[in-house]
Design a protein around this ligand. Structure first.
Ligand code: SF4
Ligand code: SF4
Length: 341
């Protein structure tokens, strides 16, 4: 649609008005780390963050979500009420992850709960200003994005470029009258920021092209690395829970004490947890840690690709940071498979 520019002062004022006029979630400092949370004041927004503890998917697929109410007469009512909201400051790799989630949740009959939230969300992306210790988005082709957002912000020296792509983005820009058109020189500066980020956001270098991962995994089913690493795994599921492309959930019914009515909920689940693949009769398709450990890498690098055409790792590095056993680095595993083939 258009690319505008706001001075740093006008930008802060614009964020303030957005916060007053909308329900806004934005990145804030949390002890010595960063997290998305409800934003009460523009001044608390930290667009210079390196990575957030959890990805912004928590607003599109909440950790626990009521799906429907039911009663003993077998009547039920879906719960789909969602107010419009804005997520401010999403890094490019997380925008790519949300685009992957959109494909998954809109496939077949579609998931009305996810899609309703997605319709109500305005996504404000931001080019990364500080690389985290474990990011490898440069290797995964996700260090910069050109679609999947309503607005993309890029910090220049003393201003912000604001790339507006949708009507939702236009609606947010109505809260400032100070925006000027970006010049050719501004766009060149942005291009430089984005080129630099492709190199900077690559703290671990994947030695194979992401598109080659399905074929690599296809010939690695019996590789010794699965057993070797799985012996150190606590099956804690942290690598699943912090991942922006993991969307598995479990469904349970909370029945009222009266037994007259109840609520059906879904909660995040993770394939590294021992009970994830348990079924009736005491069977479990992935009872052994080694099978669960291998499954996670196959799902990221092969299974999702077979179904949706995407490599389901965007290189955010959160799993590497979250794993106390230090065994969850996708780059380390994929590079090892490559070296041995
Ligand atoms: S597998 Fe790890 S690095 Fe890849 S997207 Fe998930 S959390 Fe990020
Ligand atoms: S790989 Fe690490 S984070 Fe993942 S389940 Fe095992 S110990 Fe937990």
């Amino acid at each position: 649609m258009s690319v505008k520019k706001l001075s740093a002062k006008a930008f802060n004022k614009w964020v303030d008005v957005c916060v007053q006029e909308h329900c806004v979630y934005g990145v804030q400092a949390k002890n010595d780390r960063f997290a998305f949370g409800p934003l009460a004041r523009g001044v608390d927004l930290r667009l210079d963050y390196d990575v957030t503890i959890l990805p912004p998917k928590k607003y599109l697929q909440p950790p626990s979500e009521a799906l429907l109410k039911f009663n003993k007469e077998a009547e039920y009512e879906s719960i789909t009420e969602v107010e419009p909201f804005v997520i401010f400051g999403i890094h490019p790799y997380d925008i790519v992850a949300i685009s992957q989630m959109d494909k998954v949740f809109s496939a077949d009959n579609g998931d009305i709960h996810y899609m309703k939230r997605r319709e109500q969300a305005t996504l404000v992306a931001v080019d990364v200003q500080n690389a985290s210790d474990n990011v490898f988005a440069g290797s995964m082709g996700t260090a910069v994005v050109d679609e999947g957002f309503d607005i993309l912000l890029t910090r220049l020296k003393d201003s912000y470029l604001i790339d507006i792509r949708t009507e939702k983005g236009e609606a947010l820009m109505k809260h400032t009258k100070k925006a000027e058109d970006a010049t050719e020189a501004d766009l060149k500066l942005r291009q430089q920021v984005q080129e630099d980020n492709k190199a900077l956001l690559n703290k671990h270098e994947l030695l194979t092209a992401p598109q080659e991962l399905p074929a690599l995994l296809n010939q690695s089913l019996d590789h010794p690395v699965w057993k070797e690493k799985a012996e150190l795994c606590y099956s804690c599921g942290s690598c699943n829970l912090v991942c922006p492309t993991c969307y598995c959930f479990d469904v349970e019914d909370d029945v009222d004490w009266s037994l007259d009515e109840g609520v059906r909920r879904r909660k995040w689940d993770g394939c590294m947890l021992a009970e994830f693949a348990a079924v009736a009769g005491g069977h479990n398709f992935r009872r052994h840690r080694e099978d669960r450990y291998r499954h996670r890498y196959y799902r990221k690098g092969r299974y999702i690709h077979e179904r949706y055409g995407d490599i389901a790792c965007v290189g955010c590095g959160r799993c590497i940071t979250a794993c106390t056993a230090n065994i969850a680095n996708p780059v380390e595993i994929y590079n090892r498979l490559r070296e041995d083939h």
